[in-house]
Design a protein around this ligand. Structure first.
Ligand SMILES: CC(C)(COP(=O)(O)OP(=O)(O)OC[C@H]1O[C@@H](n2cnc3c(N)ncnc32)[C@H](O)[C@@H]1OP(=O)(O)O)[C@@H](O)C(=O)NCCC(=O)NCCS
Length: 332
């Protein structure tokens, strides 16, 4: 079985830390409510950097950590659900910012599951032998999508970026389970923010559905309870399935890095998975939910703390809008 080698990781933390206390200045909430319901104490917002600039900063940090230069990169995959432009894609903007030349650049959007999907795509491209060194970046500037009048959702999310440099990993296990339940899309969505200004032909309104889109649907809309229930079941079941596929047991796993949405979701899923707390990495108290950036930011922090050791078996698991879910197991 051949998988990937993660050569290095990097991240970018935006400049503005917004604590729960600061949230009470514009919505009716409290540190006690947010902390006890979500585990989040603070999150970052990026008032001064576009998403592609955050992505490029994380990418540069990952290259440095991997001991590579932009010239070594022969494929760039960016996962984001908060791009600055409809086109070009973020990967092309990152390519320009870091000075990589000519390589293919693609964006992936499977919301918070984006990093797990992107890593899987990278792994498959590496397995063909067509590409040697792939940069995978997950970057999210969710703050412009957030309705700061909606106290049920605005407290959860933050901005951030993480990146990894990956190459083929000979005799290194890699197993994954990916899936989606598109019929649940209304549980978490944000409509593309068109500004419809269509002409009328023969007096007939066209593109009526776009013209009639309520403005609030162009902000993040969430049914928190539906997402919560889906998340607990989907994460536990994805880990169970990927363990079965790999022939490993949860005892064989050294480190679990879950999507950092809510401490209660993680704890409920962990209970179903029967995994020890000390194997699980949590940083949501400081970052909130940075969507697809959560997992590579966690990888970068774990490396910086010296907690990732070669040979460790790592399990990533996440879920997100779609609704999507995924889990993978690899050897670091
Ligand atoms: C959002 C979430 C924390 C809400 O927790 P909850 O226990 O379901 O809370 P509810 O929505 O039932 O609200 C309970 C009460 O708290 C209130 N409330 C909601 N947000 C609040 C806030 N920030 N501060 C204070 N009160 C709040 C509600 O208005 C409601 O009051 P009411 O009973 O008077 O109507 C929780 O549902 C959740 O985390 N869901 C998953 C969301 C997620 O992870 N999304 C990202 C996926 S990638």
């Amino acid at each position: 079985m051949n998988g990937i080698t993660i050569l290095g990781a990097g991240s970018y933390t935006p400049s503005l830390a917004v604590t729960n206390e600061m949230m009470t200045e514009f919505i009716d909430t409290s540190d006690e409510w947010i902390s006890s319901r979500t585990g989040i104490k603070s999150r970052y917002m990026s008032p001064d950097k576009a998403n592609y600039e955050m992505a490029a900063k994380a990418a540069k940090a990952a290259l440095e950590n991997a001991g590579k230069t932009a010239k070594d990169i022969d494929f760039i995959i960016v996962s984001t659900c908060s791009p600055d432009f409809f086109y070009p894609n973020m990967a092309c903007l990152v390519q320009k910012q870091i000075g990589a030349e000519g390589c293919p650049c693609i964006d992936i959007n499977s919301a918070c599951t984006g990093f797990i999907n992107s890593l899987d795509i990278a792994r498959n491209y590496l397995a063909t032998g067509d590409y040697k060194t792939i940069l995978v970046v997950s970057s999210e500037r969710l703050s412009p999508q957030i309705d700061f009048n909606d106290r049920g959702s605005c407290i959860l999310f933050g901005d951030g970026a993480g990146a990894v440099v990956v190459e083929y990993g000979e005799n290194k296990p890699y197993y994954s389970i990916l899936g989606a339940e598109g019929d649940m899309f209304e549980a978490l969505f944000c409509k593309a923010n068109y500004k419809p200004n269509f002409p009328k032909f023969d007096g007939n309104e066209i593109f009526k559905e776009l013209c009639d889109t309520p403005e609030k649907q162009c902000y993040l809309q969430m049914d928190g309870k539906a997402v919560y229930k889906f998340a607990v079941d989907a994460m536990a079941s994805a880990v169970d399935k990927v363990l079965n596929k790999s022939g490993l047991t949860i005892e064989d796993i050294d480190l679990v890095i879950p999507h950092q949405a809510n401490i209660r979701i993680i704890q409920s899923a962990l209970k179903k998975m029967k995994v020890d707390d000390d194997k699980v990495f949590i940083n949501l108290q400081d970052h909130g939910n940075t969507s697809s950036a959560c997992i590579p930011v966690a990888l970068s922090e774990l490396m910086a703390q010296g907690r990732l050791k070669r040979g460790m078996k790592v399990c990533l698991v996440g879920f997100g809008a779609g609704l999507t879910y995924g889990a993978c197991i690899f050897e670091y």
